[in-house]
Design a protein around this ligand. Sequence first.
Ligand code: AMP
Ligand code: MG
Length: 465
Amino acid sequence: MTLPFQNTYAKLPATFFEEVEPTPVLQPSLIAANDDLGQELGLDPAFLRSEEGLAVLAGNAIPEGAEPLAMAYAGHQFGGFSPQLGDGRAILLGEIAGKDIQLKGAGPTPFSRRGDGRSALGPVLREYLVSEAMHAMGIPTTRALAAVLSGELVLREAPEKGGIFTRVASSHLRIGTAQFFAARGDLESLKALVDYANQRHYPEAIGALGLLQNVIARQADLVARWMGVGFIHGVMNTDNMSLSGETIDYGPCAFMDQFDPAQKFSYIDRQGRYAYANQPGIAQWNLTRLAEALLPLIDDNEEKAVELAKAELEKFPDIFKAAHLKIFSEKIGLPDNRDEELIQSLLDLMAGQQADFTLVFRSLSGGPETFSAQFKDDGPARNWLDRWLTAGKHDISLMNTVNPIFIPRNHRIEEVIEAAKQDNFIPFHEFLKVLQQPYVEQPEFSRYQSSPSPGEVVCATFCGT
Ligand code: AMP
Ligand code: MG
């Protein structure tokens, strides 16, 4: 069969990728296909559910028009630089309707190092749920087109069922892609990357400085949006930060339950480098690595290049702060007040009393009783509420479109994964459906709203490997 592939990436210089075909799996079966996204891409929903479609989504057949490849990139991982990472378990089939179609877990590539190129079922389902929830909340993200069971086992801490995830992205260009060429002193490829990234994402931008400016603005906005829904990415390595400004690489990520600015989720992140409140600082650190990589293209005179790049990087805190303040002002229903102190005192109150981030914000539109019930000691909450009530007229309908009721809470994701491991995918489909309408009351699914009870807390998620 032929699919409408374009494959602009495959036409870039050979330094950008390695051609590689997916490795077929034994007995694939479809877990889920995203008809809405398929339609946006111009794919017939019937195709995604056909035998032929399944073979493509499993990596067992390569559709005509696809030019499968693994992308090259480098990256700073937890602060240390690896000059050679690349897609070790992801294969780009090509682009449809301008979007990358990538199979994650489709077998080894020249970049796999000691990895098996495969994914376990758990991380596949996690990425599906979290990325679609993110999309439903209007936050830029890669999307889930399909999830497939491979019918094979993958060896992790124990043998686990294998899965293949079809990811759709505006592109898979990363900060680490620029670092890959910079580390090799390959300015020709670096220049090709800048032109390509600008063409694809920032058609108005001029040159490397233009790209840097745009990526800074997009990532500052993205991190502010994450924080507005209590999201912790978990592995903000430079290879996991997209030049397009989409959320990418959902591994040990999480939406917070109880608010704690120092909360982290990845068990390998012992220092809390990627904790909730560190995310803007880390984004700026990552962007500084991007600027360093781009320096030779910013100006021939190194001093001047540094000066120009620094001037852009220095704008990050203000862009972030403005976006953050706008988001939180809307969350408390006072879009025009921009009262930093009022917002901060609520966050302090929540942190001091380990209140649930999502429930507190949503309860604010439910009246004083609902709100104060979110706090162990309701005295300070009522005091804050008095200040809030006199601060202006609250836009309740706005609040109800920015404060979600349903987020992919870790303890529920774990539940869904456990059921799926026993071949029961009903909870997965149910939770997915709930998450697709995060702002809408769904009383019959209220169990997905609540914070975990002490026995249900999941402190750390594990790397999606
Ligand atoms: P991640 O932590 O998922 O962002 O991955 C970091 C690097 O490790 C990337 O280059 C991945 O392609 C690679 N990688 C992760 N898991 C595997 C695996 N199972 N097999 C091969 N490479 C992997
Ligand atoms: Mg990654």
